[in-house]
Design a protein around this ligand. Sequence first.
Ligand code: GUN
Length: 299
Amino acid sequence: MSALVLDGAAVADATIARVADAARALGLTPGLAVVLVGSDPASQVYVGAKGRAAKLCGFHSVQHTLPETTSEAELLALIDDLNRDPAIHGILVQLPLPKAIDSSRVLEAIDPAKDVDGFHPVNVGLAASGVFERALIPCTPAGSMILLDRACELLGRKLDGLDAVIIGRSNIVGKPMAQLLLARNCTVTIAHSRTRDLPAVAARADVLVAAVGRPEMVRGDWVKPGAIVIDVGINRIPAPEKGEGKTRLVGDVAFDEAARVAGAITPVPGGVGKMTIAMLMANTLTAAARAKGLAAPSV
Ligand code: GUN
């Protein structure tokens, strides 16, 4: 293995500590409300981790757990309450929502100033216009950028002018990641399931971001030697070697193969996933500071 393995857990812990310090220094108690509809096991794990991190930061943290049968009107009524609640600065509705609920309507109902996921069209538009200082930026791409900056620092490289290829065009990761990389003067390609000769497109990348949700799809020979590989995937796969019925987490990148070729790579677990939660804390602090008319502290 030759690649530098980026320790997302360490960077995330340091970020969370800085967020907690900054909130204390400003005399703020940011409030985060996390809403979970239904009982998807992965969502339960993520929501639990978000609430724990908020408490660790000294935030006011509330979780609303609603049954799978919740109607769109009921969910919208809860969001309306949270929008009006002055103790709540950040609202996160965990996705995916049950099929009977129109996710886009729900996301559009959140006050853009409290939209700590950065999924509201107002925040999407601000990010697309390059107005990052007034937007809230989606947490996973924002955390990926911090790890990418760290990789550049450790490898002595500049992002400016590099070829970046993102595999995946989701609203949560692929598209906002493209905006962030473009703002940093990368030449950005968004590839996806219909891209012709995906391995060849990926192999052109100085920065390769995998966000497709397919376990170990990106192979070692898709990676340009020395490239920085950011693996956003979190996939649970069977692990019979650990015993019957056991599972393990893998990314969208075949880690061992890619790490032999890449200059730097994020592991799964312990990479981008931890950063997502840290950036949620940072966004909640930003929202709380702006609500008080203060400049958002940089963490
Ligand atoms: N589901 C998977 N990723 C996310 C995320 O970043 N935010 C929310 N709300 N739901 C998700």
